[in-house]
Design a protein around this ligand. Structure first.
Ligand SMILES: [Fe+2]
Length: 210
């Protein structure tokens, strides 16, 4: 059985960019439901993995789409909460800053590309900044519950949830405003930098709490 971890900040802490009401639904209803559904699917199984990462891998091996959707959404949302911070962090620093500049030309160009990819993504999904073991970074947008943790050698650094439930209360249909606020005001660059260090050391990085 897995539990819903508390948010790493107060529910009002991300205002005005993300409201208490959005978090009440997104964390308290949507994320909680994914965990409840995953637990229900695992309840009868003696071989249920002890980690959410293990459940995701099990679902992939078995081609169990329902279990995958709930386990991957459990993990993705846990990572999403870590990807935001109420403490403004300006720009990425150090080696991650250099890697982003190498990949995108500049931090400004990176932010523009991040917003464009989030806005251009059709329907529900996620925009991920990821790294490989060599330290090369790129943006990938994935549909529905898909997650980069199923890709060997890929480490996620930062993610923005672009499902409508992430922004509709605060921004209605204006996804561009939401994605812009995420990357300019909420992005947790100290977290992304720690993930980047882990990627290059071949370490796992953030794991869903057990
Ligand atoms: Fe979500």
């Amino acid at each position: 059985m897995f539990n819903l971890p508390p948010l790493p900040y107060e529910p009002t802490a991300l205002e005005p960019h993300m409201s208490k009401e959005t978090l009440a639904f997104h964390h308290g209803k949507h994320h909680a439901a994914y965990i409840k559904n995953m637990n229900a699917a695992l309840a009868e199984r003696a071989d249920a993995p002890k980690t959410v990462e293990g459940v995701v891998q099990l679902a992939v091996r078995e081609g169990n789409k329902k279990l995958f959707n709930n386990a991957a959404q459990t993990w993705n949302h846990g990572f999403f909460w870590q990807s935001m911070t109420p403490t403004p962090q300006g720009d990425p620093q150090g080696d991650l800053k250099l890697a982003i500049e190498k990949a995108f030309g500049s931090l400004t160009a990176f932010r523009e590309q991040f917003v464009a990819q989030g806005v251009g993504h059709f329907a529900s999904g996620w925009v991920w900044l990821v790294s490989d073991k060599s330290g090369a970074v790129k943006l990938v947008d994935l549909h529905d519950a898909d997650t980069p943790i199923t890709e060997i050698g890929t480490t996620p650094l930062l993610v923005c949830d672009v499902w409508e439930h992430a922004y509709y209360i605060d921004y209605r249909n204006e996804r561009p405003k939401f994605v812009t606020a995420f990357i300019e005001k909420l992005a947790n660059w100290r977290f992304a930098e720690a993930q980047y260090d882990a990627a290059r050391k071949g370490e796992d990085g953030w794991q869903f709490p057990t």
